[in-house]
Design a protein around this ligand. Structure first.
Ligand SMILES: Nc1ncnc2c1ncn2[C@@H]1O[C@H](COP(=O)(O)OP(=O)(O)OP(=O)(O)O)[C@@H](O)[C@H]1O
Length: 360
């Protein structure tokens, strides 16, 4: 459990952040310049807050300006993983991995070398020098090196930002395994909604140096940039259903209806999260027939919020659970006479549901 309550001024920028999160992965998200890296530097001990407290547990205080506590960065035992892997070029992969080890006190070595090598799939690379690795391989070694130091916290700052989608899809499940198998608390910085939706238990949403929301991905990601229809999206919890092999589709079940995913995924019953962008949702007041859209979710209007002069965000309370956001024109909302409480059907194109973050 990480708890933070800090103030930090940098020129004209003022970060005021107070939140607690964990166990699991705490994601720091928000647009460029919102203060994510500033917060990372404070947690890592690369900078000091002007005021405040940072703790990894009730008795594990890293900084407390009131009590004059400031644990220096080399004594924090925080594993750092950045966008650029920053490996030692003159060392082999094995030596890079073991480098982290010397910082782990013997009694704290609960993470085994072989287990990390196996989990990250780097066994065949151990003898190689690091300049000869691909970007994805480098990042896996960087994660392994950080983990083998048995850190109290893994601090990952946009670790996948420089990788292509295929490499991201390879590494995302590895990060999930770190969380689940090694139990290392992780603070994960990213502004990529798909990564945050998949990985995080707690999302801390920053905007202009302020914490604007703290909660699950489902509660928070739809709140980013309320005035920007392209930034509005819903994270929906669904379970995998039957595969239609003839058409390459998989059913996604939600109490409000069934969606189609344009990919074959297994096993049935597995819970997954999908992202539905507000601009991909159409609305109807009766269940539609004879349209090409296969995905219909039933619910009722929970709220209608302005999105500029022509547009509104319609929040739909789905049957079962979940709040789906649709972006619509004010005119359409008037013509359909939508108002809070009114039953409504949300229509989503199959092709708008991104299968890529789920594969791997
Ligand atoms: N040393 C500094 N002096 C003055 N201003 C700074 C300093 N460091 C950062 N800032 C400013 O603080 C703000 C927050 O920067 P920060 O790097 O924390 O944002 P971020 O959310 O990590 O952005 P990005 O996603 O682009 O990395 C920015 O406006 C930045 O210009």
């Amino acid at each position: 459990m990480i708890s933070i309550d800090v103030d930090k001024r940098l020129g004209a920028f003022h970060l005021v952040a107070k939140f607690a999160g964990g166990p699991g992965i705490v994601a720091l998200s928000g647009r460029s310049g919102s203060g994510k890296s500033t917060l990372v530097r404070l947690i890592a001990g690369l900078d000091r807050p002007d005021r405040g407290r940072i703790a990894l547990g009730p008795a594990h205080v890293l900084v407390d300006t009131e009590r004059g506590i400031f644990v220096p960065k080399h004594r924090r035992r925080i594993g750092l993983v950045f966008q650029d892997a920053q490996l030692f070029p003159h060392l082999t992969v094995r030596q890079n991995l073991l480098f982290g080890r010397v910082f782990a006190p013997r009694a704290a070595r609960r993470v085994g070398f072989d287990a990390v090598v196996e989990t990250l799939g780097v066994g065949h690379l151990l003898a190689r020098r690091t300049p000869r690795l691909s970007g994805g391989e480098r990042q896996r070694v960087a994660i392994g090196r950080a983990l083998l130091a048995c850190p109290h916290l893994l601090l990952m700052d946009e670790p996948l930002a420089s990788l292509d989608d295929a490499r991201k899809a390879e590494i995302l499940p590895l990060i999930e395994r770190l969380r689940d198998e090694f139990g290392t608390p992780i603070v994960y910085v990213s502004h990529a909604m798909a990564e945050v939706a998949r990985l995080a238990q707690t999302v801390v949403l920053l905007d202009a140096g302020r914490v604007v929301a703290v909660g699950s991905p489902q509660q928070t990601l739809g709140l980013a940039d309320p005035g920007d229809r392209f930034a509005q999206a819903t994270v929906l919890d669904v379970t995998l259903g039957e595969v239609d092999a003839a058409y390459g589709l998989t059913a996604l079940h939600h109490p409000a209806g069934t969606l189609s995913l344009p990919a074959e995924l297994a096993p049935p019953g597995k819970p997954v999260r999908v992202i539905i962008h507000a601009t991909d949702v159409s609305l109807a007041t009766a269940r539609p027939v004879q349209v090409s859209i296969r995905n219909v979710l039933a619910g009722h209007v929970a709220a209608i919020e302005p999105q500029g002069p022509a547009l509104v965000a319609v929040r739909i309370a789905l049957a079962g659970d979940g709040l789906l956001t649709a972006s619509a024109t004010r005119k359409a909302v008037d013509e359909l006479a939508l108002a809070p409480g009114k039953p409504v059907y949300a229509l989503i194109k199959t092709v708008a549901i991104d299968e890529r973050p789920l594969i791997g």
